[in-house]
Design a binder for this molecule. Structure first.
Ligand SMILES: C[S@@+](CC[C@H](N)C(=O)[O-])C[C@H]1O[C@@H](n2cnc3c(N)ncnc32)[C@H](O)[C@@H]1O
Length: 225
């Protein structure tokens, strides 16, 4: 622990405490304050990449595809989404915490290959919930990794996203045959039920934290008919 350098902190809105950015040599960690533990480590990102590969598989060769990623974190899901879609496509990334975007414009951004510099990336600062409440059916894929899964951890207000109202708003933002992909720390049968009730056809896929090993996480794949 003593070798970890504290580089910066950021306040999480809605009394969510703090995010802390730490560095040890070329390894970065983003921690949540209190006992909530590590949000991201720059050496463990396979499941974040899988989220994008699974969520964008149906639009690999589609021209002018539109993808929404929430949130930015260390940029691995964003970078993989950019690698999965065509040159004419656009990837919007919604990030709640301005400092996270700043960190990714600096040294942290090197980890995922500086995806914010890709001309197809658009950053929307703010709560993804506000964005989806206003948006029309404009996305072919929504890749959601703002929490530990269908349960708010970074920001208590995130719980709304996983309610029938939140899922309905996400559904309405998708084009026909669009895919909502949700990263989760583990399985959640109730969430699958809720997704089905909201009109999605649902699959879930186990993904490992590191290629072929590490913790078993889940990506929920919810397709709009
Ligand atoms: C686990 S990290 C995402 C990791 C990312 N998939 C990656 O590949 O590095 C969660 C991110 O979501 C952001 N976030 C949390 N709640 C949000 C919200 N309501 N709207 C937008 N971003 C949010 C956090 O600030 C954090 O940057």
């Amino acid at each position: 622990m003593s070798q970890l350098n504290k580089l910066a902190t950021a306040t999480i809105p809605n009394n969510g405490g703090e995010l802390v950015l730490l560095q040890h040599e070329d390894e970065f960690t983003i921690k949540l304050s209190g006992a909530r533990g590590v949000l991201m480590n720059s050496r463990v990102y396979n499941s974040e990449q899988e989220l994008a590969k699974l969520g964008c598989a149906h639009i690999k060769s589609k021209e002018n595809a539109a993808v929404l990623v929430g949130g930015l974190g260390m940029g691995y899901t964003l970078a993989t989404a950019l690698a999965c879609v065509t040159e004419s496509s656009k990837v919007t990334v919604a990030e709640l915490i301005p400092e996270v975007v700043e960190w990714n414009r600096g040294a942290l951004g090197e980890c995922a290959g500086k995806p914010l510099e890709d001309a197809r990336t658009e950053v929307r600062l703010g709560d993804i919930a506000d964005l989806i409440k206003q948006q029309k059916a404009d996305f072919d894929a929504i890749l959601l990794d703002v929490d530990n899964g269908p349960e708010g951890i970074t920001n208590n207000a995130n719980n709304w996203l996983y309610t029938p109202a939140g899922l309905n708003a996400l559904y309405n933002c998708l084009r026909p045959k669009g895919m909502l992909a949700v990263w989760s720390a583990g399985p959640d049968a109730l969430f699958i039920k809720q997704l089905k009730k909201s009109g999605f056809a649902v699959n879930d896929k186990m993904v490992r934290a590191r290629p072929g090993k590490g913790s078993r996480h889940v990506v929920f794949l919810a397709k709009k008919p």
